[in-house]
Design a protein around this ligand. Sequence first.
Ligand SMILES: *[C@@H]1O[C@H](CO)[C@@H](O)[C@H](O)[C@H]1NC(C)=O
Ligand SMILES: *[C@@H]1O[C@H](CO)[C@@H](O)[C@H](O)[C@H]1NC(C)=O
Ligand SMILES: *[C@@H]1O[C@H](CO)[C@@H](O)[C@H](O)[C@H]1NC(C)=O
Length: 382
Amino acid sequence: MEEGKDPTATTVSKPSQSRVLPQRLIQLLFLFLVLCFSICLFVIYMIRKTEVTTALASSISILQPCVQEQQNTNLDHWVKPPSTLLHTLSDQELFWRASFVPQLKNYPFTRVPKIAFMFLTKGPLPLASLWERFFKGHEGLYSVYIHSLPSYEAKFSSESIFYGRQIPSQVAQWGRMSMCDAERRLLANALLDFSNEYFVLVSESCIPLYNFTLTYHYIINSKYSFMGAFDDPGPVGRGRYNHNMSPIVNISQWRKGSQWFEVHRNLALVIISDMTYYPKFEAFCRPACYVDEHYFPTLLTIQAPSLIANRSLTWVDWSRGGPHPATFGKSDITEDFMKKLHNSQNCVYNGEPSSICHLFARKFSPGSLEPLLLLAHNFFGY
Ligand SMILES: *[C@@H]1O[C@H](CO)[C@@H](O)[C@H](O)[C@H]1NC(C)=O
Ligand SMILES: *[C@@H]1O[C@H](CO)[C@@H](O)[C@H](O)[C@H]1NC(C)=O
Ligand SMILES: *[C@@H]1O[C@H](CO)[C@@H](O)[C@H](O)[C@H]1NC(C)=O
């Protein structure tokens, strides 16, 4: 029995042993699988983590040069014009930033003075190709800024001098203070480029009357800024004066002029930093009092009378009468007309008589482009 027990015991123990073994094997296998799975998870987690950290590291290393440049390691940061005209500054922030003026008059770098051409437009620039021809070959001597209605989306090709030159804008209405705001916004954006010496305001219907070389030297060498300003005793002059402006603005200081100006950097700074006259004009020109014809001429007559020529360089034809100046279209652009544009009366330039009174003219319709392109070379020299 004992012997018989043994085999039974062995026979019992044998299958039990063989059952334990696969069970342990399965347990081990399971443990192994769990281990594998957790190792896999760990590896994936680590890869993800290192990927993120390397990505972070690489993005930081990309950012680093910019950050270092921002920390003014060289003068370029202060001197170079901003690479993009887009920014998120409010007008108040922009004017404050634009009002920075160096105290030392000598520049520690070669500064080639530029003329900022500021286009105040509703939208498209139908005479753009005429201006492109005017500017061609004079890169480095001018810069271009455009203030159009915020809703307008410009479609200039990347080769155009107008490409990417739109500044952040707001709605501007003729006769309203919002028009002066747009002009001040243009000045402030252009002031951010230290090389801009003169600031020329033009519209989409303006054309240049001479080649760039003559235009540049005429403006850059002028001792005065060109701001139309005259004392008009009539109803559309002194008649628009509001006695509530006294004593800030006396009626004897009240001026009228066209809004198209060519001003030196110093006067551009006077215009954007004015906090005295601006609120008066704003308060008394609500909703409208043709304030854009009075604010700048009056402001500069009070603040810098000895620095303004009291005339504008932009010719306009009021001879047809009415509230709006004449607009010239396709049929108006003849050889005689082109000659007439240079036939100005004698003007004073730097205290001397000059036969050149105007460098720009308006208003020209989109239809005038074709004949202008044909005749500009012979008559205007570009
Ligand atoms: C520009 O125009 C002026 C006067 O018309 C002329 O004397 C000069 O040669 C012109 N310059 C160029 C570079 O075409
Ligand atoms: C302002 O105008 C009045 C006359 O309306 C004149 O007597 C006065 O002198 C003027 N003041 C200035 C600062 O021009
Ligand atoms: C412009 O007019 C102001 C007075 O309003 C005068 O003081 C100034 O001398 C004039 N500018 C020139 C160049 O004649």
